[in-house]
Design a protein around this ligand. Structure first.
Ligand SMILES: *[C@@H]1O[C@H](CO)[C@@H](O)[C@H](O)[C@H]1NC(C)=O
Ligand SMILES: *[C@@H]1O[C@H](CO)[C@@H](O)[C@H](O)[C@H]1NC(C)=O
Ligand SMILES: *[C@@H]1O[C@H](CO)[C@@H](O)[C@H](O)[C@H]1NC(C)=O
Ligand SMILES: *[C@@H]1O[C@H](CO)[C@@H](O)[C@H](O)[C@H]1NC(C)=O
Ligand SMILES: *[C@@H]1O[C@H](CO)[C@@H](O)[C@H](O)[C@H]1NC(C)=O
Ligand SMILES: *[C@@H]1O[C@H](CO)[C@@H](O)[C@H](O)[C@H]1NC(C)=O
Length: 931
């Protein structure tokens, strides 16, 4: 399926992911076919029209519902008995037909439905149904599905369900129910009960004992806690048990051994522990087993060996044991589970070699073995009969010392011709560019990050993949012309996400990149050898969100005045190139721009003096260029979200104005090595972003890759299960002020000691006078304090010795006098040079009011200073290292929560991820996921 853009993929994935299992209805109405006889009954026709009139928004789908179209048995969504002509089936799904659902706030006209007295099959999904009395008239109902309808305010009228004597299937999934009435009238008929995604808190469980004919029970995400409820032990006739996404604890009870008819057991996303019960190996009727995302331990050998003895075959189609604590290896006997379509063994503690017998699973569609400690090699045998494979995921979170080696001959004809999704991150495929990739023309998601290829890119690559929309070849040593002119014949590519960072690609960015890759949203070409200038056609990439071209050989000027038209652009990183000239004014006004890094280039000129609109910038890094002129006023007024302002090593001049103190979110201010003068304003104390301690910095994501590990069949939405977030732990977020190497004069404002979150304060090499602020001791987070080479006088406040985190102090070359405080942390900083050049200072560690150290002794201090800018500039490069695939979503629960917690206040994330966060916020109920 061609996925035109990430947005539609997201939409689709969202739908399928969350709604997927709930979208299909078991039967479809057979209305409208040629075998129907006679017209429908007019009373029912009128009732249907009445119902339609009650809908606020008339759907096209109901266009067949017209008075002049008399045979209502042929109407869409309606099915009649072919003998009596009565309507027996009615199926309206506002989830798949969104025009139906719009603004159903008042509910729908249910009384009209009460006229359809012969209904056996009723589906009303996604409506707001507040009154269920009509059900009391539908006494023939056998199948009722009101899923995704808000029944939270239905109250007593929920009782009417109990009038349905003949009910055999009841689906009330995602109905916001918190309680349920006693059900007695259909306990002997009900065979399928689906109450998933409601908030029962588990109390409902006992009631199932009363359903003597029950075969299928779905209580996914109903807040059941504790051990698997005892009540289930008596229901050995159950074929399907779904208890995923609850808070179940303890082992999987052995009593399940008595469930000999079990076909489907889904216990994923709980806290279950212990091994897979031995008895499961005898479940020859088992079609689906999901224990994923539990603390399940032990090995799978006995279980798989057991199933491999089933005659004629094990029926197991889905085996999901991902994100568990399983150990051991994959037994050879897995090759006998011939029905397997999905095998998920990602993120376990399994190791060893991957058996060749996997290559015999000819029905396999999805294979995910990622994030395990496999060794050995994969050969042609491993893939021999996998012609139906759609998704293959064997990635590692880092390159193992002995990476999993793909030992495939160069003339191998890869049989995986249906493969759509491939992620082999950190395997070893190189050093040559694998020629078997030529057979995989169906690829749309293609990730070969760090797979050890050091070869020239072949000229067939990647033109032969007409449906490619994610391409990641990052961190290899691929050389040759950067593949930006990919075209499939005359057709442009669909690529949305392109990550080629960290290779040896050369060449230029094509002038018509807007025509060769018009859909680009995330493009990361950093750390390559790309040269030439940035073409103005980049502004015609209307979907662009993130562009990172840092650390290449780009030169020339930026395209002028087109940037503000890029309405989705959030991240621009052009750092570390040879770009020159003036920065176009329009770049500041890109409406969603959050991060702008132009550091380490040769840009020059002034910043624009007046700007009416500025993007929601959080990071501005213009460091190490040749900018000059004043810091304009708008920088204070129009950047309420700015967290990092780095202008170091330029030629800025003039004053810091009080307006600049309006940067309330600022956490890093680096103006070092410029020609700024005047005083440090008292209002520095207003930088409230530095007054509190922020535990981690959202920008310190060295790489955030959202990997797709799990994909659903043909609607082909991909669902993610692994998000890698690497925090760089050594680089804790440092709130810092660096004004060193300027010409600031006057006193250090006492208000600066209000900035209690500050870790680094560097005011060295200025002309500051007066005393060190008395309350310096309150800045308990300070790790670096450098006030050297100023004209500070007076004594050192004794409370400086209480700065317990201080590991770098320099007060040298001032006019300080009096005793050097001692004790506590200062004891660990015995190097006398940090006090040198202060004639009036005395006592330890300068020993006996010793002779003043010569200023030349300080030379090594100069070197030390260099780590500071490095330290501060580090985070900025990181954020753009991420690329993310929106729509990839189904993270495991812990990751998911960790991730969403993490990005809580982070706006530099692709909008689609925000959308997803919101949808999660709508309630945990939306965490559906079995496909
Ligand atoms: C009417 O429907 C029943 C079952 O739905 C089917 O067996 C029968 O052949 C149909 N009769 C006609 C005349 O279509
Ligand atoms: C069971 O059905 C009968 C007849 O419709 C009704 O009178 C009775 O109230 C129902 N029982 C409950 C508990 O609703
Ligand atoms: C089960 O049915 C019995 C009578 O048939 C009834 O008294 C009891 O309340 C029911 N239990 C639940 C939990 O609905
Ligand atoms: C399970 O079966 C065994 C023997 O077949 C029996 O002794 C035991 O009572 C059964 N357990 C339950 C809960 O039915
Ligand atoms: C697999 O892991 C176990 C520990 O869980 C270890 O003892 C064993 O040596 C490992 N085997 C291989 C082949 O790495
Ligand atoms: C591509 O960009 C060029 C230069 O900006 C422009 O002339 C051309 O019309 C653009 N083509 C498309 C399809 O946007």
């Amino acid at each position: 399926m061609a996925i035109p853009s990430i947005q539609s993929a997201i939409l689709l994935s969202f739908l399928v992911l969350f709604l997927g299992p709930y979208l299909q209805t078991a039967k479809l109405c057979s209305c409208g076919d040629d075998h129907k006889v006679g017209n429908c009954h007019s009373i029912e026709r009128l009732a249907l029209l009445d119902f339609k009139n009650g809908l606020e928004n008339r759907s096209n789908r109901l266009s067949s519902w017209r008075l002049d179209n008399e045979d209502c048995c042929k109407w869409h969504s309606v099915g009649c008995n072919n003998v009596t002509g009565y309507v027996e089936e009615f199926d309206l799904n506002a989830l798949t037909d969104t025009t139906l659902a719009t603004k159903q706030s008042g509910g729908i006209s249910t009384p009209a439905l009460a006229q359809l007295k012969h209904l056996k099959y009723l589906v009303l999904r996604g409506f707001s149904i507040q009154e269920l009395q009509f059900l009391s008239h539908l006494t023939s109902l056998e199948y009722l599905d009101l899923s995704w309808s808000d029944l939270s305010k239905t109250g007593e009228s929920l009782q009417y369900i109990n009038r349905l004597h003949s009910l055999s299937e009841l689906h009330l999934s995602f109905c916001k129910l918190s309680s349920f009435p006693l059900m007695t009238n259909f306990t002997t008929t009900l065979s399928v009960l689906d109450l998933s995604f409601n908030n029962f808190g588990g109390f409902f469980f006992k009631a199932i004992l009363n359903f003597t004919a029950l075969q299928s029970l779905d209580l996914t995400a109903t807040e059941i806690q504790g051990p698997i409820p005892k009540a289930i032990e008596k229901k050995t006739s159950l074929k399907t048990i779904r208890l995923g996404l609850n808070e179940l604890t303890g082992p999987i009870p052995d009593v399940l051994a008595n469930f000999t008819s079990l076909e489907c057991l889904d216990l994923e996303d709980n806290h279950l522990e212990g091994p897979i019960p031995l008895s499961f190996g005898a479940f020859c009727k088992l079609k689906e087993l999901s224990l994923a995302r539990n603390n399940i331990s032990g090995e799978i050998t006995k279980f798989v060996n057991g199933l491999s003895l089933c005659r004629p075959n094990s029926l197991l189609e889905i085996l999901d044991l991902g994100h568990t604590k399983l150990t051991g290896n994959i037994p050879h006997s897995i090759g006998n589970l011939k029905s397997l379509r999905r095998l998920y063994l990602y993120q376990t503690s399994m190791n060893g070699t991957i058996p060749k017998s996997l290559g015999q699973l000819s029905k396999l569609k999805f294979l995910d073995l990622s994030l395990n400690a496999w060794d050995g090699e994969l050969t042609e045998d491993h893939f021999a009969n996998l012609a139906n494979l759609i998704g293959l995921f064997i990635s590692f979170d880092e390159k193992p010392p002995k990476p999993l080696f793909f030992n495939l001959s160069s003339n191998w004809v890869c049989p995986l011709t249906k493969l759509s999704y491939l992620d082999l991150t950190n395997c070893q495929l190189g050093p040559l560019f694998p020629s078997w990739l030529r057979n995989l023309n169906g690829l749309s998601f293609f990730v070969l990050e760090n797979v050890g290829i050091s070869d020239k890119i072949p000229n067939w690559f990647p033109k032969i993949y007409p449906s490619l929309f994610v391409l990641d070849l990052s961190n290899n040593q691929i050389s040759g012309k950067v593949p930006l002119e990919l075209r499939n014949g005359l057709k442009s590519t669909e690529i949305d996400v392109l990550n080629l960072r960290g290779n040896l690609f050369s060449g230029t960015i094509p002038l018509n990149i807007n025509e060769t890759m018009p859909n680009l949203q995330f493009v990361t070409l950093s750390n390559n050898l790309i040269e030439g200038s940035i073409p103005s056609s980049i502004c015609n990439l209307k979907q662009l969100k993130t562009v990172s071209l840092s650390s290449n050989n780009l030169s020339g000027e930026l395209p002028q005045e087109c940037w503000k038209d890029l309405e989705y652009l959030e991240v621009i990183d052009l750092s570390n190139n040879h770009l020159s000239g003036k920065v176009p004014i329009s770049i500041w006004s890109a409406p969603r721009l959050s991060l702008l890094s132009l550091s380490k280039n040769v840009f020059s000129g002034n910043l624009p003096p007046n700007l009416k609109t500025v993007g929601p910038l959080r990071v501005i890094d213009l460091g190490e260029n040749s900018f000059s002129g004043n810091l304009p006023m708008w920088m204070g007024k129009r950047l309420p979200h700015l967290e990092i302002l780095r202008l170091r090593s330029n030629s800025f001049s003039g004053f810091i104005h009080e307006h600049h103190c309006l940067l309330h979110s600022l956490r890093i201010l680096d103006l070092a090595h410029n020609g700024l003068s005047g005083t440090i304003p008292h209002c520095f104390g207003n930088f409230s972003g530095m007054a509190t301690v922020h535990p981690t910095n959202p920008f310190l994501i060295s790489s955030m890759t959202i990997k797709s590990h799990e994909f659903v069949d043909q609607v082909n939405v991909w669902i993610t299960r692994g998000i890698e977030l690497e925090y760089n732990r050594t680089l804790q977020f440092m709130e810092s002020i660096d004004l060193s190497h300027n010409a600031f004069s006057g006193e250090i404002p006492a208000e600066i000691t209000w900035l209690l979150g500050l870790s680094i304060l560097n005011l060295s090499m200025n002309q500051l006078t007066g005393r060190i602020p008395e309350k310096i001791g309150s800045m308990q987070r300070l790790e670096v304090l450098d006030l050297s080479r100023n004209q500070l006088s007076g004594s050192i406040p004794p409370n400086i010795s209480t700065l317990n985190s201080l590991n770098h102090l320099n007060l040298s070359s001032n006019n300080l006098s009096g005793r050097i405080p001692s004790g506590n942390q200062l004891q660990t900083l015995p190097d006398p040079s940090i006090y040198a050049g202060n004639p009036g200072l005395c006592c330890a560690p300068l020993k006996n009011c010793a002779p003043h150290l010569d200023i030349h002794d300080l030379d090594h201090e100069e070197d030390k200073e260099d780590w500071l800018p490095f330290f501060i500039s580090m985070p900025i490069g990181f954020v753009v290292g991420f690329w993310s695939v929106c729509g990839s979503l189904l993270l495991n629960k812990s990751w998911r929560y960790a991730f969403f917690r993490f990005i809580d206040d982070m706006t530099i994330i692709p909008v689609c991820v925000v959308v997803k966060v919101r949808s999660f916020r709508l309630g945990r109920n939306h965490n559906a996921q079995h496909a």
